[in-house]
Ligand binder design. Structure first.
Ligand code: 0A1
Ligand code: ZN
Length: 849
């Protein structure tokens, strides 16, 4: 049922639920069109809550029968749930409802994917399964019985009785309903075991569709590494006898941390060298870790309400980043995270969808699973750790787990733990949670008689609903280099708390060159007049890998902006400095591969806008092309040498060393293709024995316009593999020339394998088009229109994926008048759709505001 007038929910309105749930017994009688769900729930009045009407959430449920203490009752139903007169004391609620999982296309609640039953209850999907206080602060112990012919029937917790046509599960850990899960179907498992630090033997399984068994080994290793890492680094032990992971083809997000039964988008768990790229392997390892780490940060300690989402997500992203840094390369991970922040979070923080890490109101919580809540939320924890130091961070985390195990907690609880553990006052730091927007930090320097002064000024621009901003606490990691390139001041942390603040360094023999915001120590934009020479100096000498990379990126930005706005030629001093780095074979190939990368076109558009220019997507595309061609020609000698260094002789492995080499190889091949028209790419395509090499080669062939045969061969080879076909769909749009990409996307939506109801496939094509900056912003508005058409179509079926994807329009006000008008028209067309979902409605309204 659609909401006629969407309700806004406010953090300040929080009131506890009037009852506690002692226990929940659920019985599922599975049938695709008519599943029966029987609930037996013991409610006890909550002494800490104000008196209130008894209300249970429930959506799209057919109520068959309800009883209180054995007496039939007739609750009053609405589109959101039911109310009912209840006794003053404890009572037993019994209820039977009917639902139709086969008709559930929203992929929220109980639904079907390829004949398999599965659930997604975060954030508010449980209310589509039965009537319940569907809010994270209501925690209870669940016992579940599943009845059906499916050979495998899973739920949370530990297995209980099983028999002909039924299986029972009991989860001893009290949990909110959003962590409930059920899976049933014809599944096969990849089993393993893990012994915890206290000797508990845990059964591990990855459950997949028959035929996918061969793609589980990597995920299983990642799981065991995560379990061990959480013991070693955070002292956290797993707490059930069994841990199940299930791969599902139709899933709105990446994965879900349901207690003891994680459900994964199959793209985020299934992996094999032939079908998965290095990037897939890395992502899978990180997501398995992320979901596993939620067992403590999210499940054992959950959120009081959805405004506190960053409590579990920011912390868990931070933990998975630490894990990846430990498993692979810390500098590479840090650079990738900074790229993610600049590429995804900054645009959000600087546009109409800007919101605080802890939002204060929403209409649809599903719209707040954002880069701000997740990635900026993780950066905030990184800043906290930098400020208090590693030891105090560890102390605070121990206290957090001790004090709040079993709680539904808040950001106030979290910060109090740090205050108590460290004696610090974090009231100003808390602004990171409440103030939206990316702070801009400008720096000026002063040098006189051996004393060097850095003066910082910080300003956070207004964001929707927040015109005035107060100064933030900014941990600024700084080092100083001598003019000869030696480091005279190793990394030190300056704590900026004022709108304007100076720091001095004494006893220096010469005016130093500063290396600022080392390791991307805060999610801010640095604004500083820096000469190219100084950046080139840092590129050559900085000891901080992030800043060395950033110096080159900034030179790349300056070079491209000069090409775009002044018709300048490429900056050869930068390219020569970069060449020296690329030739330095003492440097990790993965790092050199990152150094070789240039800022994305979307990033250039953002920076141009930041500096007061109107970004012209065609001019950006042309400049990027010219630069790439220039680099290819200038580095013609360097490329074969790098290609040789990038060669891997050993059998394929997704380890950091090989991944780094292949990444370097990919950078080389892209340039090489500009010189040889695709000869090397074709050779690599023909001989590739792994997906990374095959797909890199295919991308180069598509870019070179020599793709017809290769695309057909690829399709023929992989037509039966859904995940590989997603790549095939996405790549031929992403790597296409901007003038043909939209027609390609249009044609691909007519392809028989374009299953638009599958979120991965929909994202591959429409998301692929939106991610191609120049193609998406084609001047005639063809891409905007195609996107709008498809979003309008998908909204009836799957509001969540529609709303998420609608955010591709969030930068619309940056562009020229014509493009603005076209994007506004697309947004207005979506807004005007009949019965627009609350999800999409909220997004387009915010973007048009
Ligand atoms: N908690 C999950 C993400 C997630 C959120 C919502 C979902 O459906 C609406 C699904 C998954 C995580 O952080 O991994
Ligand atoms: Zn998460």
């Amino acid at each position: 049922m659609k909401d006629a007038s969407p309700q806004t929910v406010y953090l300040s309105d929080y009131t506890p639920f009037g009852w506690q749930v002692q226990d929940v017994h659920l019985t599922f009688r599975l049938a695709p069109e008519a599943t029966r769900v029987l609930a037996r729930i013991h409610f006890v009045p909550n002494p800490d809550a104000p008196k209130q009407e008894f209300f249970l959430h429930g959506e799209d449920l057919t109520l068959i029968h309800a009883a209180i203490d054995g007496q039939t009752v007739s609750p009053v139903q609405s589109a959101e749930g039911l109310t009912c007169a209840v006794p003053d004391g404890p009572f037993l609620w019994e209820c039977e409802v009917e639902i139709a999982p086969a008709k559930n296309t929203a992929l929220e609640g109980l639904y079907m994917s390829n004949g398999m039953y599965c659930t997604q209850c975060e954030a508010e999907g449980f209310r589509k399964i039965t009537f319940y206080p569907d809010r994270p602060d209501v925690m209870s112990v669940f016992t579940v019985r599943i009845e059906g012919d499916e050979p495998v029937k899973l739920s949370n917790g530990n297995p209980g009785k099983t028999g002909e046509g039924f299986a029972e599960w009991h989860d001893p850990w009290p949990k909110p309903a959003y962590l409930f899960a059920l899976v049933a179907g014809d599944l096969v498992n990849h089993p393993d075991r893990f012994t915890t630090m206290n000797g508990r033997d845990v059964e591990l399984n990855i459950w997949v569709r028959p035929g996918d068994e061969g793609k589980c080994a990597f995920g299983m290793e990642a799981l065991k590494k995560s379990m061990k890492w959480d013991e070693d680094v955070y002292g956290r032990e797993y707490d059930l006898d069994i841990f199940n992971i299930v791969a599902v083809d139709d899933f709105n997000m990446g994965a879900m941390e349901n207690k003891g039964l994680n459900v994964f988008n199959s793209s985020c768990v299934l992996a094999s060298p032939e079908t998965s790229t290095d990037a897939n392997f890395e992502r899978i390892e990180a997501i398995i870790a992320h979901e596993y780490f939620h067992n403590w940060t999210g499940n054992r300690i959950t959120c009081r309400d959805w405004f506190q989402l960053c409590l579990k997500e920011g912390l868990t992203v931070f933990r998975d980043a630490q894990f990846t840094a430990d498993m692979r390369s810390a500098p590479v991970k840090r650079i990738e995270d900074a790229q993610m922040m600049r590429g995804r979070q900054f645009p959000e923080d600087q546009g109409p969808l800007a919101h605080p890490v802890r939002p204060e109101s929403f209409q649809e919580i599903n719209n707040f699973y954002t880069a701000t809540v997740y990635e900026k939320g993780a950066e905030v924890i990184g800043m906290l750790k930098r400020l208090v130091g590693d030891e105090d961070y560890a102390k605070a985390l121990d206290l957090y787990f001790d004090r709040h195990d079993g709680d539904a907690a808040t950001i106030e609880d979290w910060l109090k733990v740090f205050e108590d553990a460290t004696g610090r006052d974090l009231s100003q730091f808390k602004r990171w949670y409440s103030q939206a927007g990316t702070p801009r930090v400008t720096v000026t320097e002063d040098w006189s008689e051996g004393t060097y002064t850095l003066t910082f000024r910080q300003v956070t621009p207004p964001t929707p609903g927040q015109p005035d901003k107060a100064p933030q606490v900014i941990p600024m990691a700084v080092g100083l280099l001598n003019p000869n390139g030696d480091e005279v001041q190793p990394t030190t942390l300056l704590e900026i708390t004022e709108a304007e603040q100076s720091f001095t360094f004494d006893g220096l023999s010469a005016r130093p060159v500063p290396s600022l915001l080392r390791d991307f120590s805060a999610p801010v934009v640095m604004e500083r007049e820096v000469s190219r020479e100084e950046r080139a100096f840092l590129l050559a000498h900085d000891t901080d890998p992030f800043n060395r990379w950033d110096a080159s990126q900034m030179l790349g930005v300056e070079c491209l902006i000069a090409m775009i706005t002044e018709g300048a030629t490429p900056d050869t001093a930068w390219l020569d400095g970069l060449e020296r780095v690329l030739r330095d074979d003492s440097l990790d190939p993965a790092f050199r591969a990152l150094m070789m990368g240039t800022p994305s076109q979307a990033e250039l558009a953002r920076v141009l806008h930041e500096r007061g220019h109107t970004p012209d997507p065609d001019a950006i595309w042309n400049a990027a092309e010219t630069l790439a061609q220039f680099r290819a020609e200038r580095w013609a000698d360097l490329l074969p040498r790098l290609a040789a260094e990038a060669a891997v002789d050993a059998p394929y492995s997704p380890d950091a060393e090989q991944v780094g080499k292949r990444a370097l190889g990919a950078g080389v091949l892209a340039l090489q293709t500009r010189l040889d028209g695709g000869k090397a790419a074709q050779a690599q395509f023909d001989s590739a024995d792994n997906m990374t090499l095959q797909l890199t080669a295919l991308g180069s062939l598509v870019r070179a316009g020599r793709d017809a045969e290769a695309l057909a061969a690829f399709e023929e080879q992989w037509k039966d593999d859904r995940l590989v076909m997603d790549k095939w769909f996405g790549l031929q749009i992403g790597a296409a020339a901007p003038d043909v990409a939209v027609e390609r996307a249009q044609a691909l939506t007519q392809h028989p394998a374009f299953d638009w109801k599958n979120p991965n496939r929909f994202r591959a094509v429409l998301g692929g088009l939106a991610a191609h900056h120049a193609a998406f912003h084609r001047a005639d508005g063809a891409s905007y229109a195609l996107l709008a058409d498809w979003l309008i179509r998908l909204d009836d079926l799957n509001p969540q994926t529609t709303a998420r994807m609608a955010a591709v329009f969030q930068t619309w006000t940056r562009y020229d008048e014509d493009r603005r008008a076209l994007m506004r028209a697309a947004l207005e067309r979506i807004a005007a759709k009949l019965n627009l979902s609350r999800d999409t409605g909220e997004m387009v309204t915010r973007m048009l505001a």
